[in-house]
Design a protein around this ligand. Structure first.
Ligand code: ADP
Length: 268
């Protein structure tokens, strides 16, 4: 069967003995593909009705002053819940696109300084002055990748820092050398995360504090998306945190993903 998918596991015993095991994962693979297609289709189908709902709610929202107070409040609630559903559906669609696609075709040279500066400005707007946001560039080389995807990755991490680190905390967006490669890092000195939760943070819908996360408007898919984007960039996510001692999220890129240093005049 030309569509057979086999998984091999080779174990070494001493210098010259090998144990080779082959497992037929064809069925598993097909089921996984069906699950992905199903999620992608449902998300896609939900988009249109949600757009219609949001459209009407906006019109009614504009008339809020003419409506009885309770009705006006109800419409406000419906608007924010519809927005939440739209975010969820968009994130689910994005995630299934990332899973189905190997990437690498829209790679361009990225200037990490302008990437981090752009994210800092957006995070600044979300923070409304309640956090101290900084950019630090300690690595001269540039980065090869998808600008849109990496921008959304760093935004995700920076917005999380604003949402979870607590008011008054300091957040640093950094580009620094890491081994032969380099890393994009978002560091905060906020409340941190119990190491117990760290291995599960990139799972879909996994949240440390359910109640609080819902209130912050997240979808629970942010870090799952980050992980998939990084996989497509041969990069790894490393999370370093302890309760009460802040959190550092590192996107570690291998040397093959780096480009020569930018011309001196463009170095910040
Ligand atoms: P969401 O933010 O939508 O809940 P994410 O996948 O982006 O989903 O994050 C998962 C969880 O990780 C969050 O709910 C939060 O509990 C935790 N988290 C993420 N970033 C931080 C941070 N900088 N400090 C503390 N907790 C964090």
């Amino acid at each position: 069967d030309e569509n057979l998918i086999l998984q091999f596991q080779i174990t070494l015993y001493g210098d010259d003995e090998r144990l080779v095991m082959a497992r037929d994962i064809t069925r598993l693979h097909r089921l996984e593909q069906m699950r992905r297609d199903f999620v992608a289709n449902v998300s896609h189908e939900l988009r249109t009705p949600l757009t219609v709902l949001a459209g009407y709610l906006e019109t009614y929202g504009d008339m809020a002053e003419m409506l009885p107070e309770r009705l006006g409040r109800g419409i406000g609630q419906m608007q924010s819940q519809t927005k939440r559903m739209q975010n969820l559906v968009n994130d689910l669609l994005l995630l299934s696109r990332l899973e189905n696609d190997q990437g690498g075709h829209d790679d361009i040279r990225i200037d990490p300084t302008s990437l981090l500066e752009a994210v800092r400005r957006d995070a600044e707007a979300l923070s409304e002055g309640h956090h101290q946001l900084e950019v630090a560039v300690e690595e001269p080389r540039g980065l090869l990748g998808s600008e849109k995807e990496l921008h959304s990755t760093v935004s995700n991490l920076a917005f999380n820092a604003v949402r979870y680190a607590g008011e008054g905390s300091r957040i640093v967006l950094r580009w620094r050398p890491w081994g032969d490669g380099a890393c994009l890092e978002v560091e905060d000195d906020g409340e941190g995360i119990d190491p117990l939760h760290i291995p599960r943070l990139t799972e879909r819908f996994y949240r440390v504090d359910k109640g609080r996360s819902t209130a912050t408007g997240g979808t629970g898919l942010g870090l799952a998306i980050v992980k998939h984007v990084l996989l497509r960039h041969d990069a790894q996510l490393e999370i370093d945190s302890r309760l009460g001692e802040g959190a550092t999220f590192r996107c570690i890129f291998p040397a093959a993903r780096l480009t020569d240093a930018a011309p001196a005049s463009r170095r910040a």
